[in-house]
Design a protein around this ligand. Structure first.
Ligand SMILES: *Cc1c(COP(=O)(O)O)cnc(C)c1O
Length: 313
């Protein structure tokens, strides 16, 4: 929210926020100036799955790229390019590396977008003065965006990944499939158990039949709805703070997608700068705790959650 409402203003850009379940609102938000549609596949803090096929049909019709943040899902659970994404972005900080040792990001280009079809993407379709008038799209075809990212973005702006972080991430990715299977298995078990606890008002995990997004799992992320979800406590803000403080196995940190289970009360930490309306809209209201389920024994996680929920009552 901060990136799209504040940071991009400094580039002279702006964004319109829309409910991706309201396809008419998505269409209505696109005008002649629109350069891209950006969404998450499985949204952080969890529970929401975007109908990527429906959204890519809209961005295709408008002739603009669809950028999908696939951090929460990972490429193991969701393959956004097969649902029409132009570019896919990941935070490597999360599941890809898997142990909170790295800060980094990835851009994956489908190579399918026609950057020269209109005049909206002159940095790719028009001559580039810094490279003797080279036209990136004409010269590099499906690799145009990637080469531009390297030649202009990395070279001139310097957001280059350090080699040790790249090494850690490559080692992490070797076990991505195994970890994601266990994250999903554990999340299903823990989320299902939490739903039955009398201190819990609701659990937003798309893997549960109670989720309004459960019917999108099979099409969008067929191997499971990930390891991230939120739990709403009946006791409100104070119970959430006490609950987080009482957990012993879960680490209280802002990261997610770690092999270790993590927990955070977003309203008093990561989402504190948002208005109460924005917090609720982001699934991070005062009564909501975000949980990132790790790959420990689920019985240990449930025992820890049970004693912390009882302490918070
Ligand atoms: C964490 C996160 C990011 C930002 O990644 P950093 O590695 O922390 O910069 C972007 N998108 C999603 C969905 C995330 O969870």
């Amino acid at each position: 929210i901060t990136q799209f409402s504040q940071t991009i203003k400094r580039f002279g850009w702006s964004a319109t926020f829309v409910d991706f379940d309201d396809l008419d609102a998505v269409k209505a938000a696109i005008n002649d100036d629109t350069r891209a549609v950006f969404c998450e596949s499985i949204a952080n803090p969890g529970g929401y799955i975007t109908d990527l096929d429906a959204i890519s049909a809209i961005s295709d019709a408008a002739g603009i790229p669809l950028i999908v943040d696939n951090t929460s899902a990972t490429p193991y659970l969701c393959r956004p390019i097969e649902h029409g994404a132009t570019l896919v972005v990941h935070s490597m900080t999360k599941y890809l590396t898997g142990n909170g040792t790295v800060t980094g990001g990835v851009v994956v280009d489908s190579g399918k977008f026609d950057w020269s079809a209109n005049d909206k993407f002159p940095s790719l379709s028009e001559p580039e003065p810094a490279y003797h008038g080279l036209k990136f799209h004409e010269t590099f075809g499906p690799l145009a965006f990637t080469f531009h990212g390297i030649a202009i973005g990395l070279r001139d702006l310097g957001m280059t990944l350090n080699p040790q972080a790249a090494h850690y991430t490559l080692m992490g990715i070797e076990t991505l499939s195994l970890r994601m299977q266990k994250h999903v298995e554990n999340a299903m078990e823990v989320a299902g158990w939490l739903e039955t606890h009398d201190a819990v008002e609701a659990v937003t995990y798309a893997g549960l039949p109670s989720s309004p997004y459960n019917d999108r799992v099979e099409r969008i992320c067929p191997k499971g709805a990930g390891g991230l979800f939120t739990v709403r406590l009946k006791g409100g803000y104070d119970a959430c703070v006490k609950f987080v403080d009482s957990l012993e196995i879960f680490s209280h940190v802002a990261n997610l997608g770690d092999t270790r289970s993590l927990v955070i009360h977003s309203a008093s930490t990561t989402h504190r700068q948002l208005t109460p309306e924005q917090q609720e809209a982001a699934g991070a209201g005062p009564s909501v705790v975000r949980i990132s389920i790790g790959i420990e024994d689920p019985a240990d996680l449930i025992a820890d959650l049970n004693s912390a929920l009882n302490a918070a009552k």
